[in-house]
Design a protein. Structure first.
Length: 202
């Protein structure tokens, strides 16, 4: 089996429960590391550099981008956001799997740069349950919930561009399925050609 770690792209609409699935996934597997994005915005109260984000200057962000050290990048509300490539490459070389939680547009950019990555889309059991989850948060007005639902429909239409879909109807089960996907991907013949040659040449 390949000793190289995987880059796993995890996407899904707001309310699909990606965050809770990721926490369960990290608890179930000792080989998964969660990628941290870089941003040019200032830290909010309680945020720690290297935990929520890498907080860097716009100049450093541009240097990283121009030097090909960002897997993907975007601008939002006047600030830059991106995925540093170095930690992912380091983890993968150590046999660790890098998990990147990202929206669908960013996921497509990463997949284009790293076609060996594994795309997993987290689906809610239904749009009705998704709406319930969003409303149960109790943190957003109805208009915002409606906009999130419309955005969710657009994102779910992109699920066909991913390698796998996992329905989050039960958090631990969904996390377990993602673990199974990772294990199966590592057994692909395309990732194990050196192993085949090694056995033949013994």
């Amino acid at each position: 089996m390949t000793n190289k770690g995987l880059l796993v792209i995890l996407s899904g609409p707001s309310g699909a429960g990606k965050g809770t699935v990721i926490q369960s996934l990290l608890a179930q597997s000792k080989t998964i590391r969660l990628s941290v994005s870089a941003t040019t915005r200032s830290p909010r109260p309680g945020e720690t550099d290297g935990k929520e984000y890498y907080f860097i200057s716009r100049e450093k962000f541009s240097r990283m981008e121009q030097g090909g050290r960002m897997l993907e990048s975007a601008e939002y509300c006047g600030n830059r956001y991106g995925t540093p490539a170095a930690p992912i490459e380091e983890w993968n070389s150590q046999g660790l799997d890098a998990l990147l939680e990202i929206e669908v547009q960013g996921g497509a950019l990463v997949k284009a740069k790293r076609p060996d990555s594994v795309g997993i889309f987290v689906l809610p059991p239904s749009l009705e349950i998704l709406e319930q989850r969003l409303r149960n948060r109790g943190t957003e007005p109805d208009e915002t919930v409606r906009k999130r639902l419309q955005a969710a429909k657009r994102e779910i239409r992109e699920a066909g561009n991913y390698d796998y879909v996992v329905v989050n109807d039960q958090v631990e089960r969904a996390a377990g399925e993602i673990c199974q996907i990772i294990r199966s991907e590592k057994l692909r013949t395309s990732r194990n050609k050196q192993l085949i040659e090694r056995v033949l040449n013994k």
